[in-house]
Design a binder for this molecule. Structure first.
Ligand SMILES: [Zn+2]
Ligand SMILES: [Zn+2]
Length: 464
């Protein structure tokens, strides 16, 4: 996603030699559209497009509103007396979102769109008119139904769960959790939307997939109770809290994206109960390392495959539920899901205040830098963009390691600072000599001294 994605869409459009006709007169740049897009409230006549290059990048346009709403939620939580957000968890969630965006920048951006356009161009049975409101509504329902089945399979098929579990790996439930996205999910999800390519113009697929994703942002909150009659039709914070719960009654329920009607129709609906919901995975991960969050279930899966006694058992391990083992039903035994003890505590290793402030600063810099990279990526040699992305991902990993109290945390942080200082010394003449850059340089040097001291103490402590 991002500006780069928009440019990529244009490239795809050129490559695919997509049909060009005269433009329907629209005003998609209205400043009201981004916040309305968060609630799927953009009407058909301003969000139907004839060609992919005309479709705005709604996700990028909405990004500033994510942070405004996160801030509003923090204030509301304080007013309502709910616990404060944990910085380690929130940075972990935002890191997962950044991981996905940065991998998109250099590796597999728009792969699903390429597949969709290819099927549409070569195998479509017919095409619905792009400028009909009816097409827009059919696309809303079609994309949402495809999302329901993808999401259900992401929970019921171990291979797909390996990617999707990243979204459920937080023990907290707030708007930052919504941004805790899987980096690899798209390889599984793309297939579920392909039937739409037999008749639905790619512009509608693209726009509604973005609206569907954006709608799911605001429902990740504990600040909103229930919404009256809307609860019958829409996916709401209450319904999605159940989906994120690890209480026994919450498991494998409420897969909806926008409309909860699919869960009601296909028998997976569960109403929120009065008992406290505990969020996260059935067996919680207990790590803020963003790489481990994305890959740990794949590692578990490979180990399980090696321990399988036959080829057919391997197939069952991959394509049955995460709770399956020989002799059990497809989705495992519900009574084996552990009850949550009353005295359960969340994973929250304490760090000194200066580390919290240091990580907040580092994360903010990374956020701005990755946004700028997205803007200028097309002007950079690929290898430079790739190195920058790898450095950003490594930096996010350092934050996670230190939050986890991992013994390698200080060492990795020192290496990160050395790479930064060396690159600045070598390429620094490209950067402006503004006061801000000078200040950041001094801060990096100072940080290096501080972390060397931490590492020295750590080594000395081990020797003693
Ligand atoms: Zn899910
Ligand atoms: Zn969610």
């Amino acid at each position: 996603m991002g500006v780069a994605q928009h440019q990529q869409n244009k490239i795809i459009y050129d490559k695919m030699n997509f049909t060009t006709l005269s433009s329907w007169s629209l005003s998609p740049n209205s400043s009201l559209i981004p916040p309305l897009a968060l609630f799927y409230l953009v009407p058909p006549h301003v969000s139907s497009f004839q060609t992919l290059d005309k479709a705005p990048d709604y996700v990028t346009d909405v990004t500033p509103y994510f942070f405004i709403l996160i801030l509003l939620e923090m204030i509301t939580r304080w007013v309502q007396g709910l616990p404060r957000l944990h910085l380690n968890d929130s940075i972990g969630s935002l890191s997962a979102g950044m991981f996905m965006l940065m991998l998109n920048l250099v590796l597999f951006q728009s792969i699903e769109l390429v597949g969709y356009v290819w099927v549409y161009n070569n195998y479509r049975l017919f095409s619905l008119p792009w400028d009909s409101p009816l097409t827009w509504w059919i696309a809303l329902l079609g994309v949402d139904l495809a999302y329901y089945w993808f999401h259900r399979m992401a929970h019921e098929v171990n291979l797909f769960w390996s990617a999707h579990q990243a979204h459920h790996s937080s023990e907290e439930y707030n708007l930052t959790t919504a941004l805790r996205q899987s980096s690899f999910q798209r390889f599984g999800s793309a297939w579920f939307y392909l039937p739409l390519a037999l008749f639905m113009p790619p512009t509608h697929y693209l726009v509604h997939k973005e609206f569907n994703l954006l709608y799911q942002f605001w429902i990740h909150t504990e600040c909103i109770g229930t919404l009256g009659p809307l609860e019958y039709v829409l996916n709401t914070p209450s319904h999605h809290r159940v989906h994120h719960g690890r209480n026994r009654y919450c498991i494998d329920k409420n897969y909806a994206g926008v409309l909860i009607i699919w869960d009601r129709m296909f028998g997976t609906f569960e109403k929120e109960r009065d008992t406290k919901i505990h969020y996260g995975l059935v067996h919680n991960l207990k790590s803020f390392n963003p790489v481990w969050v994305q890959v740990h279930h794949y590692v578990y899966l490979v180990k399980k495959l090696f321990s399988a006694k036959s080829f057919s058992e391997c197939v069952h391990i991959l394509f049955k539920g995460p709770g399956w083992s020989p002799g059990k039903p497809r989705l495992g035994e519900p009574h084996e899901i552990p009850e949550i003890p009353h005295d359960t505590t969340k994973y929250n290793p304490p760090v000194p205040l200066w580390v919290t402030v240091y990580h907040f600063y580092n994360f903010a810099v990374l956020l701005v830098a990755s946004y700028l990279l997205g803007l200028i990526k097309s002007e950079l040699p690929y290898v430079v963009a790739l190195c920058a992305v790898l450095y950003f991902l490594y930096s996010l990993t350092c934050i996670g390691l230190i939050h986890d109290h991992h013994p390698l945390g200080p060492f990795c942080e020192i290496m990160k600072l050395l790479i930064l200082i060396s690159c600045d010394a070598y390429f620094g003449f490209y950067l402006s000599e503004s006061l801000l850059i000078q200040g950041m340089r001094v801060f990096a040097m100072f940080s290096l001294i501080v972390w060397l001291r931490v590492l020295f103490k750590q080594v000395k402590g081990k020797r003693d």
